[in-house]
Design a protein around this ligand. Sequence first.
Ligand code: GRF
Length: 216
Amino acid sequence: MAKLRLAVMISGSGTNLQALIDACADPDYPAEIHVVISNRPEAKGIQRAEKAGIDTVIIDHKAYDDREAFEEALHTCLKDHRVQLVCLAGFMRILGADFVNRWRDRMINIHPSLLPSYKGLHTHARAIEDGVRFAGCTIHFVRPEMDNGPILMQTAVPIASDETEESLAAKILPYEHQMYPAAVRLIADSKARISGGKVVFNDTDMGAKGLISPVI
Ligand code: GRF
């Protein structure tokens, strides 16, 4: 079977990109990265892609007159690489509705909270401040409203009594790295599809165990 053709779009360190690169190194993995796009020339993730021999393209939003022109350049690059699924991984630009709709159901994002709670920035600090018992991360299909769209996969992580923003981020990030390759695999294997605005699964174990915190 032909592998699903991926693009990964980043702005920063690219640890989630690295998780995808590592997964794609397995010959049995059903997807491969054809291009890594960064809107920031200095993004560390670019070096990760270069090291893995993947095409990298810098599309710096500052070099374009407006968002439409920037997004047209993104779209052209994705088309040129015959991309089938766009993976946003720490891509820190808000994408307009036209672009998002052109990639509807073919673009996913990772967000460091249990959506629909804590959209936007500083998710971990806000969860600690509110005193909720669980934080986490979510992979979802992208819709024009920020951090919105059908949810594909989530990890819930308990928040400790002495939790800090940094400790919580350090606790959650490894789960992001586990989830992203698994989420892409679900799509590549046609086990997850969108129906009625939600993701539905076939032949997939959803788990049954609850998580209680504090432990009793
Ligand atoms: C991750 O926490 C991700 O959830 C968020 O941005 C961060 C990206 O980290 N969207 P990295 O660039 O993959 O290391």
